[in-house]
Every structure is written in C-alpha cells, then in structure tokens.
Design a protein around this ligand. Structure first.
Ligand SMILES: Cc1ncc(COP(=O)(O)O)c(C=O)c1O
Length: 418
C-alpha cells in the first residue's frame, strides 16, 4: 500500500481510470511466471517483430549521433514521408507542414483536447470506446457524452446520435471517432463520414479521428474524414507505427490536420514531451519508405487468423461473433452465457484466466473494459499463432460448459455478479 501523505492528489488524479488491458496483462504474466499456460489474447499488440527496416535504421542513426533533441513537430523527413503515406494510401494531398510527430497515437488524445476543448465543453464518444478517451477529456474538465455502437448496426457510428449531440448538448465542441473501432471492429463507411462532415462543416466542432488500425480494414476500405472537403481544418487524424509496423514499444506515430492546427499541436508537443527521439523517427522514415510489402503481408496474416478465430468462436454454444469489419480483435457476444450464469463478462474473462483450469487459462478482456456498453462481450486479440488460437477457443468451449466452476468463481468474486 502507498504510504499516507499530507499532500493531496488533484481531483483529476484522484479519479483517473486507466487502460485495464494492462491490469489483465499483469495478472496473466504473474500466472505464466507460476507455470500456467496462458493463451494471451488480452492485449492489442502485434506478435511480429518490429518492421524489418526499423532496427537497422535506428542503429545507424544512433551511430551517426542522432541522440539529441529533435524539432518538436518532428524531423522534416518523417513529416514528409507521412504526408506521402496519406497521399498514397488515402489520396489526401498534404505536405510535411500538415503532419506532427508524436510518441504513438495515444498522446494525441491529450493534445487534441488541449488544442480545442475547454472546461465544460461536450465531447461525443461512441462506446464501447478506447479506455483512455475519458481521462483525456477529464484532464480538460470537459464532459464526455456517449452514443452506443450496436451489434445490429455492425458497430458503425450512427449519425442520428451526432445530430442529437449537436442539437441538444449545451456546449458541443468535439467528436471522437475511432475507425476501425477498438474493441468492436466496427468501421465507418464513406457514407457515414460524408454525413458526419455535412453535420459539422463550418461549425465550431473539432473531430479527433483515431485511426491506429487504418491498415486493418477487412470489409470495404479505410476511409478517413480528413479526406472530405473542408475537413482538414476541422479534423485531426492520428496514426501509429504500433499496429501496422509492429512497433508499439518504439512509441511513434503522427497526426495530420491543417497547417494551423498542426502548428498548435507542435506548440503543445513543445510544452510537454519536447520531441520524439530522432533515432526512433529515423526508424519511422525507414519503415514508411521500405516496408510496405511486409506490412501488407502481416495484415493478411491478421485477417486470416481472425476469420478462423471468429469461426471457432461461433461454434461455441452461447457465443455469437460478427466477423469484424476491421482491426485485430474478435468482439464476441457472450451475453447468453452471462445471463445463464448471472456473471458479468469481465467476471467471465477473469474466470477463464484464473479459475477455469489450474494449468491452463485464456487471457482476454470483458467488454466492460471499454465502457458499460461492452457488458456481455469478450474482446480477444489474435496475437497468438493460429494453432494456439484454435486451442484457446476449444478451452473456452469446455470452460463455459462448467457452470459449477463459474458459480464457484462468482461466490469468491461477487463483484462480478450480473
Ligand atoms: C483506439 C486506439 N487508440 C490509440 C491506441 C494507442 O496506440 P499507440 O500505441 O500508438 O499509442 C490504441 C492502442 O491499442 C487504440 O486501440
């Protein structure tokens, strides 16, 4: 237990919530260290090594002495490479001045809120949602307003919710869009985004478009709102090397917007992290320039694993799982199993990890880790190799059949009672 102190935490810190994937990861690692065989489907990380060009480029940059401060907005060459990526992949004609570099995509949640949102402002978030949106909205003293993504609508954002937010919120200021969506795999279509742009164009409304899974769209193709007329001025789109290039530990990403917005995001970077290390940025330039084919090959592997996992999950009694339109998670509806056993889905997830079997476990996340709208679902990432994914699904099938064990777990952990 931390020791008592005369110094009180801020109201924000006292109430801060964190990404629970990391908590489940810690339990899984502890069980593994005690000898348990755990199928690790809890964390959204790529199982592949860093994209091939990353390490040689970073080493060369270190040897060349690139170990000092870099410009806050990023190295001009990385900004230019990112602008070319936007033109090549999405037809967005931007230049290096439209790009700011950051340590992954997550940091842009904070900078976006600092850039546009004042205390009391309303920020619309579609839920289930990435768990660090609420703290980054709370940091600014703003209000999170939620709209539910539902299975019937393939977890696509509904524009009637945007209309309602704009019409009824006392101070609407920003909308957070995440396509492909983590955890649901929902993907906004071009029509959705055209309708969104029509609703906000010319108004004092900013969009944060969180796009870490932009290379993982399995149905249709990835669409970004900044490609639409007028939206460069009103939208900040965030990208990362973490998922497409298997570089989560490097902490590297970038955001794209109008030059005016990017200058402000550069200033805010200056006042916080100063800059991303230049040798990391050199790795980013190298992968953008050279690793297109290996990236697409890895994306195909994620897709193939997902197709199989979804099929195996659907073969389990009481489980229903849509093939996600994007991202590398299966978001399985287990509400029937939850109802029968009177257990919340996060309880079911912890049961699979801790109690279903003494020697083996599956680590995954209850949908509640992404807000209450996720109750009744489990999120499983396809980080493990295909044969392990198949064994994990078989394990789940058997574990769900043991109502007595689930009841025993619930008796010891009543917080998970539905
Ligand atoms: C929706 C979403 N946003 C942001 C991030 C953070 O990515 P990064 O590692 O680039 O900070 C993730 C990672 O899981 C994510 O799923």
């Amino acid at each position: 237990m931390p020791s008592a102190s005369s110094v009180t935490f801020s109201r924000f810190a006292s109430g801060v919530t964190t990404e629970s994937a990391f908590d489940v990861l810690a339990v899984a690692k502890k069980l593994i260290s005690q000898g348990k065989d755990v199928f690790e489907l809890e964390i959204g990380d790529s199982p592949f090594p860093s994209s091939p060009s990353a390490i040689p480029a970073a080493k060369a940059a270190m040897d060349a002495g690139e170990c000092r401060y870099a410009p806050s907005a990023g190295l001009p060459e990385l900004r230019a490479a990112a602008a070319k990526y936007m033109a090549d992949e999405y037809g967005v004609q931007v230049t290096a001045e439209n790009v700011v570099v950051g340590p992954g995509a997550k940091n842009f949640e904070q900078l976006f809120m600092e850039c546009f949102v004042d205390p009391g402002d309303g920020v619309l978030v579609f839920t289930p949602h990435f768990p660090t949106y609420p703290p980054n909205i709370a940091r600014r003293g703003a209000r999170m307003v939620t709209a539910v993504l539902s299975e019937e609508n393939q977890f696509r954002p509904q524009m009637r919710d945007v209309k309602r937010f704009l019409a009824s919120d006392p101070s609407p200021k920003a909308i957070v869009l995440n396509t492909p969506n983590n955890p649901t795999g929902g993907v906004a279509t071009r029509d959705d985004l055209v309708a969104l742009a029509e609703l906000v164009r010319g108004r004092d409304i900013a969009i944060f478009s969180d796009e870490p899974y932009d290379r993982m769209v399995w149905t249709g193709k990835h669409e970004t709102p900044i490609a639409l007329p007028g939206m460069l001025d009103q939208c900040v789109s965030a990208y990362t090397m973490s998922k497409s290039y298997s570089m989560s530990g490097w902490r590297l990403g970038f955001a794209v917007s109008s030059q005016r917005n990017i200058q402000m995001l550069g200033k805010l970077t200056n006042t916080s992290i100063s800059c991303v290390s230049p040798f990391t940025q050199r790795a980013g330039i190298a992968v953008l320039e050279h690793d297109h084919d290996s990236r697409e090959n890895r994306m195909r592997q994620f897709h193939d694993r997902l197709v199989k996992l979804v099929e195996q999950l659907n073969a389990i009694d009481g489980v229903r799982c849509l093939m996600p339109a994007g991202a590398f998670y299966a978001f399985a509806n287990v509400s029937e199993i939850c109802r029968v056993n009177k257990i919340r889905s996060q309880g079911l997830a912890m049961y699979l990890l801790e109690e279903a079997d003494p020697k083996t476990g599956v680590a995954c996340l209850g949908g509640e880790c992404f807000g209450e709208a996720g109750q009744g679902f489990l999120r499983l990432s396809v980080a493990e190799p295909p044969d392990r994914l198949e064994s994990a699904a078989k394990f789940m099938q058997q574990a769900f059949a043991h109502g007595d064990r689930i009841a025993g777990y619930l008796a010891k952990n009543p917080q998970y009672r539905l």
